[in-house]
Write a protein that binds this ligand. Structure first.
Ligand code: NAD
Length: 443
């Protein structure tokens, strides 16, 4: 790939954003890649996954450079920066310390606060969006507006207004030919690619039902500290608040739900289910449930049976399976006849790491000036499926896709500032109101 044509590609993408100025900066300043051959990355959300994704981006190609970082909190930037620049981080050839030469994030390109994302993006060709999912719609829309190539984590929203915003931005990204990869990494995992392909080709006949599970033990909690405002507390302990997380049926279980949608090449039309919180009842657990069981119905009448649970001491099971008119796909990588005879079994021991593959393929496309990835629409619809499941378990009602997607219930705070109030506030004993099936209205 010549320098000129890659620069032209980035220039073309940038020009499509509407002119030679980007957010007040001349383009040459906004993305230095117009004057050299590096691919510049900005990391938005410098937590565990963001740090991992930045590393995978750097490993994808020797000309990738991390040039800007943004986080709500300064300490998270410092932790991520320290870990990425540590002497024992090796490049693809195993040379320790080699990667830190490609981390070029001086003080003035470390941005904190709620508007940090906009500033960091301006320096980059590619943005990694890895904050809690509540912010994803706004961050993704801004990235597309600024003409950036995108890697963003799942889920991509926590409520229906957020989903609609992502769908609109996904359409714009297509028009601008911006690559968008979403971290539903099973799409980049060999065993799933082969298994899903065979199921879509009808190797077990028509799919009658799927089973999708994310059942596990306990998860992290960030306790309230003295002097924290309510906004800071919810941001630090984000998993337990729906405007940020969406509940674990959305935050984690979207992976498995998405596999069913992928095989079916469709999204469910309605859902009903039950759920609640049995063990996580203290104030530190905010408002989310600790278990959900949902039956989703596709337009052809087939069903997806979903379970997700976060309870210590219970059986772990994170998997998917399919039942067809002619056979069974009991778990990823295995296909059997109806009588149980195995006709395909994939050993994934030597398969590449899908977290690396998603970056390898994205940066390969960018290097070759190719427009190859448009993951956002599917990610939005699979996230919406999970949200529909939450609406079903919270309300105890039958929830229809169209009504759920059109819902105007917006979970985001009216204002984002450290002294502003989230919509859900603690009541007596610091406890937060949780959904009560039969009482709670969700649409
Ligand atoms: N694909 C996967 O397998 C996988 C695995 C883990 C996490 N994830 C996803 O990655 C995302 C992040 O998860 P994590 O585990 O890294 O969480 P984390 O808490 O470790 O990191 C999130 C970071 O975002 C920052 N942040 C919050 N609001 C922000 C804002 N408005 N602007 C900038 N920064 C902000 C936080 O301060 C924090 O540093 C989630 O959507 C999660 O579902 C995906």
């Amino acid at each position: 790939m010549s320098k000129t044509s890659r620069r032209d590609f980035i220039k073309t993408s940038a020009a499509l954003t509407g002119g030679a100025m980007l957010g007040g900066l001349p383009l040459a300043q906004a993305a230095n890649s117009l004057t050299d051959d590096s691919i510049k990355v900005a990391l938005i959300g410098c937590g565990g996954r963001g740090t991992g994704a930045a590393l995978q981006a750097l490993l994808a190609k020797p000309n990738v450079r991390l040039v800007a970082m943004a986080d709500a909190f300064r300490n998270r930037i410092d932790e991520a920066y320290k870990s990425l620049t540590s002497d024992d981080v090796a490049d693809r050839d195993g040379v320790e310390g080699a990667l830190k030469n490609r981390i070029d994030v001086p003080e003035e390109r470390k941005y904190t606060g709620f508007d940090a994302y906009q500033k960091a993006m301006r320096h980059a060709d590619v943005v990694i969006l890895a904050t809690p999912p509540g912010f994803r719609p706004t961050h993704f829309a801004e990235a597309v507006e600024q003409g950036k190539q995108v890697f963003m984590e799942k889920p991509v929203a926590t409520d229906a207004p957020g989903i609609r915003k992502v769908l609109a931005a996904a359409e714009k990204a297509k028009q601008k030919r911006l690559n968008v990869v979403v971290g539903l990494q099973r799409h980049y995992q060999t065993v799933y690619r082969q298994w899903v392909d065979m199921l879509q080709q009808g190797v077990i006949g028509d799919i009658i039902s799927s089973r999708v599970y994310w059942n596990m033990g306990a998860l992290w909690v960030n306790p309230r500290q003295p002097k924290m405002t309510e906004m800071e507390y919810q941001m630090r302990n984000w998993y337990y608040f729906n405007w940020l997380c969406g509940d674990h049926i959305v935050e984690q279980h979207v992976h498995n739900i998405d596999v069913s949608n992928w095989v079916k090449q469709a999204y469910p039309v309605r859902a009903h289910g039950s759920g609640g919180r049995q063990l996580r009842i203290g104030p530190e657990f905010g408002e989310i449930f600790d278990h959900h069981t949902v039956e989703f119905e596709y337009a052809d009448g087939s069903r997806m049976f979903s379970q997700c649970r976060q309870m210590p001491g219970t059986r772990d099971s994170v998997t998917e399976g399919f039942h067809g008119t002619n056979g069974i796909a009991p778990w990823p990588g295995r296909i059997q006849t109806r009588s149980g005879y195995t006709i395909w079994n994939h050993d994934d021991k030597n398969d590449p790491n899908p977290y690396q593959v998603e970056h390898d393929e994205l940066f390969e496309a960018i290097s070759k000036s190719e427009y190859k990835f448009a993951d956002a629409e599917n990610a939005a619809k699979s996230t919406m499926t999970a949200i529909m499941g939450r609406l079903a378990t919270y309300s105890g009602q039958l929830i229809e896709w169209d009504a759920a997607l059109q819902s105007n219930i917006d979970l985001m705070p009216a204002k984002l500032a450290w002294d502003a109030q989230p919509k859900l506030l603690p009541g007596a004993g610091g406890l937060y109101d949780c959904a009560v099936p039969g009482v709670t209205k969700v649409i």
